[in-house]
Design a protein around this ligand. Structure first.
Ligand code: SF4
Length: 766
């Protein structure tokens, strides 16, 4: 698949890499996990650099893992407070491989676009600022000063500040994100799409409407003492592996784990704790007590069925729901009970595809136990009805009174390490009147009062020519977004695109007329300012703010930190004609933190309190304070069942990550827990669906989605028979993101529907 400007390929050359299939693994982590972690580290960084970095990752005085946002516990077990995925992320960013001016002189952007995403990522770290000038196909070096001037000139030349878009990935620090968000506002726009728009925006919306805060309420220690933990649409074995240690503790304390997922993910089957020698020698801890293999996007039916059965039991003895909690803190109880009567239990059961005896087991557990935690991830946030789905699960917690007390609550598990912090410090496309007031008071300027573009809105604005400058603070925007071809065309409409990045990815090749590639620090690298090593801060999934201080020698003397790049861009743009001292802030992170403390509610004495294991931001749910909601009470919601309207030959496809992958970054070609080796172009299918269509194992298929009479095709995938519900299918992203139409997103949150794409299969003659 090739694009129009500069003849850029959106997929790289499509070729199979040598699929080897094995049985899915039964035990996660263990010795093999440790071996893989070390193998990646030593291969990319060498022994000395690997050991130095691994010993500092997630430690009190060290740096935060650049991968997911799972919190470090209050009393960590000592060294090795990281997982295989974290070690891979570290190896990936701290690699000794580099690419500079010589490399870009040799390879044009066209040539590079023929590489796969995996191959692009393997090229190494960016070492100096580069520019792709209009009409050219090779990046060439540019000085930092010229780069700042070029950006400032393009921004100054816009007809309106809303023609600029400032995208943020979850890799940034609080300091960089704050500065970036304030620069966008100082310029006059709220066009701040972020990666949240593509993943957990549905959680934010669902929780804000029902509980008054768009974040989870659970601390990692709460998991240890929970009676029941529901893990919904989440694969912690691959995506948040240290969560398994917390679940293991929960099991040891007598807790029960229920996995709700169309796939039986290995991490939830059995786990060998790599931090314990004894555990690695044993057969592993079984994690999930019950697996509900729900069909894709039938969680609302499942949650309603559980609620109906719990309500029936409560009607008998009045002991299932927490009536005191409901009386004092919850609105909508009678209406919800009445609404549940409209649904037929047998129909709900059939929709879920789950055997009735398993539902009964779960109901018995939920009915008997008060301390319940519900964890979830992208498996339920990326559907048309994602907000409703999450709210249906919140209904269970509200009726059980499982909020605002130890060992209970909401746990949306965030994917990227500081995605939550970015939002907390002001990366948002909507307007917060409270934040605007504080900005005017503390920073001395009036921020814009019109909402800006979210991710879908930004893509459409670029596509329609309403935005001309697109700046990305990290990420791989084109590949992460939906409708790859549309998104690529949108980005290519820009006059200037800017990528502040550590490594090359496809979004650096799909550019505007002029493109800048600005290399920045990885988390593990030592950031020296005024002769001292600086620290930055991040917020974990549980809302805790901690320091991160790198220690490795930076990959090049020509790279700059994110705060410095943003501060200097703002300084060049304003030339002193602005109340904020951008040039000073560029190199004084302490000064940035002081501004965060005064400007963002909840942050206080951050420099001091972020020491050690950090401090928690305020969370009203933990306090059982729902005063910010209408009537001052948490809200039960009535949610409709989704209609999938599948045609006879259509399947519902969910995009998934492989085990060698973090978001759009591809570390390797294996997905060893699922038994898939050396290949990413695969589609997981139910055997009955294969038989019905006469599809053989490893047959080559094209995947086709057709929305509003527009066909989108992902070409050449190998069919794999797999334990997945009939009518459902799974394949890796970002390869399949091109099947998701730009206009298909979740109601209210506008998160793309990447977990329920209607597709048909087309056999390819070989
Ligand atoms: S669980 Fe997440 S944050 Fe922790 S080490 Fe693993 S990838 Fe990093």
């Amino acid at each position: 698949m090739s694009d129009f400007k500069r003849n850029i390929s959106l997929t790289g050359d499509i070729r199979f890499t040598g699929l080897q299939l094995k049985d899915p693994m039964e035990v996660s982590a263990g010795m093999l996990g440790v071996k893989e972690a070390l193998r990646h580290g030593v291969k990319e960084m060498g022994i000395v650099r690997s050991m130095k970095a691994l010993l500092a990752m997630n430690q009190e005085e060290g740096f935060r893992c650049p991968s997911c946002a799972w919190p470090v516990p209050e009393n960590p077990s000592g060294i090795g407070e990281y997982c295989e995925n974290g070690a891979k992320a570290l190896a990936d960013e701290a690699t000794l491989d580099k690419i500079g001016a010589d490399f870009f002189q040799k390879y044009s952007v066209e040539q590079l676009s023929r590489y796969s995403d995996y191959e692009l990522n393997k090229l190494g770290r960016l070492t100096e600022p580069m520019v792709l000038r209009p009409g050219k196909v090779h990046y060439e070096p540019i000085s930092w000063e010229e780069a700042y001037n070029l950006m400032a000139a393009e921004l100054q030349g816009l007809d309106h500040p809303d023609e600029a878009i400032f995208y943020t990935s979850g890799r940034s620090s609080n300091e960089a994100a704050f500065l970036y968000g304030m620069f966008a506002r100082a310029l006059g726009t709220n066009n701040m799409p972020d990666c949240s728009n593509m993943c957990h925006e549905s959680s934010g919306v669902a929780l804000s409407q029902t509980l008054g805060i768009g974040k989870g309420s659970v601390k990692v220690e709460d998991l240890y003492g929970a009676d029941v933990v529901l893990i919904v649409g989440q694969n912690p074995g691959t995506n948040h592996p240290r969560m398994l240690s917390a679940l293991e503790k929960c099991k040891k304390n007598g807790g029960k784990i229920i996995s709700i997922n169309p796939l039986a993910e290995t991490g939830l089957v059995k786990f060998k704790n790599p931090q314990k020698v004894g555990a690695m020698l044993g057969s592993g801890t079984a994690i999930a007590d019950i697996h509900l293999q729900v069909k894709i996007n039938e969680d609302i039916a499942l949650a309603k069925l559980l609620l109906k059965k719990l309500a029936a039991l409560d009607a008998q003895n009045g002991e299932v729901f927490d009536h005191d909690f409901i009386e004092n803190y919850v609105q909508g109880y009678d209406t919800l009970l009445k609404d549940l009567d409209r649904f037929d239990a047998a129909e709900l059961l059939e929709r879920t595809g789950v055997p009735e005896e398993k539902i009964t087991q779960v109901v018995e557990l939920l009915a008997a136990k008060p301390n319940i935690i519900i964890c979830w991830a992208m498996g339920i946030t990326q559907h048309k009805n994602a907000v409703a789905t999450i709210q249906e699960y919140v209904n269970i917690l509200l009726l059980k009174g499982a909020l605002g007390k130890p060992f209970a609550g909401t746990c949306p598990v965030r994917g990227h390490s500081n995605v939550q912090g970015d939002r907390s410090v002001g990366i948002m496309h909507y307007v917060s009147r409270e934040l605007n007031r504080r900005i005017a008071e503390n920073l001395g300027f009036e921020p814009p009062t019109q909402a800006g573009y979210d991710t879908v809105g930004a893509i459409k604005a670029m596509y329609e020519g309403n935005a001309k400058v697109f700046i990305c603070l990290g990420g791989n925007f084109v590949m992460a977004a939906s409708d790859t071809a549309y998104t690529a065309r949108a980005v290519q409409n820009c006059k200037l695109t800017v990528q502040i990045s550590t490594k090359l990815n496809r979004s650096h090749l799909i550019t505007g007329e002029t493109a800048l590639l600005l290399p920045t620090f990885g988390r593990s690298e030592k950031d020296m300012k005024q002769g001292e090593t600086q620290f930055l801060t991040m917020e974990s999934s549980s809302g805790k703010v901690r320091r991160s201080k790198g220690l490795l020698k930076p990959v090049s003397e020509h790279i700059k930190s994110e705060p410095e790049i943003i501060g200097m861009l703002a300084h060049t743009y304003f030339q002193g004609a602005h109340p904020m001292s951008w040039k000073t802030l560029a190199c004084d992170y302490e000064a940035i933190r002081q501004l965060i403390d005064t400007t963002v509610k909840g942050f206080e004495k951050t420099s001091e309190r972020s020491k050690g294991f950090g401090y928690y931001l305020p969370n009203n749910v933990r306090e059982r304070d729902f005063s910010r909601l209408p009537n001052g009470k948490a809200k039960l919601t009535l949610n409709a069942l989704p209609g999938h309207d599948l045609k006879e030959d259509e399947l519902l496809l969910m995009t998934i990550r492989s085990h060698d992958q973090f978001n759009t970054t591809i570390y390797g070609l294996h997905d060893r827990y699922r038994g898939v080796h050396n290949e990413r172009r695969v589609i997981f299918l139910n055997t009955r669906d294969m038989e019905k269509r006469g599809i053989q194992k490893e047959q080559v298929l094209n995947l086709i989605s057709n929305y509003n009479d527009k066909e989108r095709r992902a070409e050449r995938f190998l069919a794999i028979p797999y334990n997945i519900p009939e009518g459902n299918a799974a394949a890796y992203f970002p390869e399949t993101n091109l099947l998701v139409p730009i206009d298909e997103f979740a109601d209210k949150s506008r998160t793309p529907i990447s977990k329920s794409i209607k597709i048909t299969l087309e056999k390819v003659d070989e």
